[in-house]
Design a protein around this ligand. Structure first.
Ligand code: BGC
Length: 421
């Protein structure tokens, strides 16, 4: 556990930007600090709903947004604050890290609120265990995000007479044709998590859930050394060679902006892109289409956002109760997820009024859950420990950047990642 806490401590000195409160608290209001990484336009629109809901419940948020998609920087700040003995009160967390923080004794138990709201019955099955530690609820389930989405600027494809690709080879062919016309095919920044997410889409889509689970979650040597891995890496290299010359250090939301403007034809990323498109009043799926990235069966890679209440003098039981009751209510979750582009983590919420892409995501999630194609994301913190996640993503980045790195070396490096950390 110590290793987890000390992980990436190099970021201790990174600044946290505390933004000005949108409204001033009244004297009777409780205050809590909220650490999260929602800094893009669509994310801020969703965050404002958190602020509003808590304001109405008498709790004022001191906002601590930490830029950096995927939350790597935010998590480093959290570790630094926890080591210093001053963790924020409310924190956006994902996946196994919830259990790690609970095991270290940092998190409030939410069992009473969970029992009153019948979470056990009302949550989506994938949202139950991940928010519990040793049978106690320790985090509030908020979103389910789909990560295997392909966002497409339809006008760009129409201009060059290109059809929507349905396989990875067709996709690579479309990328090559666009390049020939002088069009940058993919909105992709040089950040590790963006590139690792592209690989995850390809590996899952090309290999299927069973292969993906065995090769990259279980690190089964047979699956990892199979021909499928070589086929995937060949395609990953082909994509890297097509897109690298046009890449810059852009954030994912800057990429979405280029997609909207037709400066890029595709973006392969989670449905926070939908939130961004909605905030930009883009017509979706008419102008920008949402298609699952190519896969043999209907598949669904997910990550989930949860909120955890850390122990601090400000989060006494009454505040914790108000916050968790407010943020787990169906009315809040419906309003929030509609704006965020995600699916509510509760199953007792209908998607009327949601965008068509969200409705499709939910239908695909249900199909995938019945066919074994519903898989937690490695690169977005749902499937493996933070150490394994970082080590895997950094090997993916290396392979993407270094045309001379052999598939054998990639496989070997992955096999050598220490597990159980
Ligand atoms: C989070 C999303 C967020 C995205 C991009 C993901 O890890 O789950 O809520 O919008 O990162 O910042």
């Amino acid at each position: 556990m110590k290793r987890f806490l000390l992980f990436c401590i190099c970021a201790l000195t990174l600044p946290v930007s505390a933004s000005e409160p949108a409204s001033s608290p009244t004297s009777s209001m409780k205050e809590i600090e909220f650490l999260h990484w929602w800094t893009a336009k669509g994310e801020v629109a969703a965050f404002n709903l958190v602020r509003e809901a808590l304001d109405n419940a008498g709790v004022h948020i001191l906002d601590l947004p930490v830029p950096g998609g995927g939350g790597d920087t935010a998590m480093s700040i959290l570790q630094a604050r926890a080591i210093a003995g001053t963790p924020p009160d409310l924190v956006q967390l994902e996946g196994p890290s919830i259990q790690s923080w609970a095991a270290l004794g940092f998190l409030h138990q939410l069992d009473k609120v969970a029992a009153d709201g019948n979470w056990q019955e009302n949550l989506l099955p994938i949202a139950r265990d991940v928010n519990q530690y040793q049978g106690h609820y320790v985090a509030i389930p908020i979103t389910v995000h789909r990560l295997n989405w392909m966002w497409i600027n339809r006008k760009v494809l129409r201009t060059y007479g290109l059809a929507i690709p349905t396989t990875w080879d067709e996709l690579i062919d479309v990328f090559a044709r666009l390049k020939k016309q002088g069009v940058e095919p993919l909105a992709l920044g040089k950040e590790q998590w963006q590139i690792a997410l592209l690989f995850e889409n390809l590996a899952f889509g090309y290999g299927g859930a069973d292969y993906y689970q065995r090769a990259f979650i279980n690190m089964d040597p047979e699956a990892l050394n199979s021909q499928i891995t070589y086929d995937i890496l060949a395609r990953f290299r082909a994509i890297s060679q097509l897109v690298k010359p046009g890449m810059s250090h852009m954030r994912w939301d800057e990429g979405t902006q280029l997609l909207i403007e037709g400066e890029r034809a595709f973006q392969i990323s989670g449905d926070w892109v939908l939130g961004e498109l909605l905030a930009g009043k883009v017509s979706i799926p008419d102008a920008i289409g949402c298609y699952p990235t190519p896969s043999k069966q209907t598949g669904f890679i997910y990550n989930m956002d949860s909120f955890a209440l850390f122990d601090s003098p400000r989060t006494h039981p009454e505040t914790a109760k108000i916050v968790s009751q407010t943020l787990s209510s169906p009315a809040f979750l419906k309003a929030f997820n509609k704006v965020k582009g995600s699916i509510p983590a509760r199953k007792d919420i209908t998607l009327d009024g949601f965008n068509r892409c969200s409705v499709k995501a939910k239908a695909d999630m249900l199909t995938a859950s019945q066919t074994g194609q519903l898989i937690p994301s490695i690169v977005d913190s749902m499937a493996v420990s933070p150490l394994v996640q970082q080590a895997t993503s950094s090997e993916i980045l290396r392979f993407f950047n270094d045309d001379n790195m052999k598939p054998e070396d990639f496989i070997l490096h992955l096999q050598n990642i220490p597990r159980g950390g």
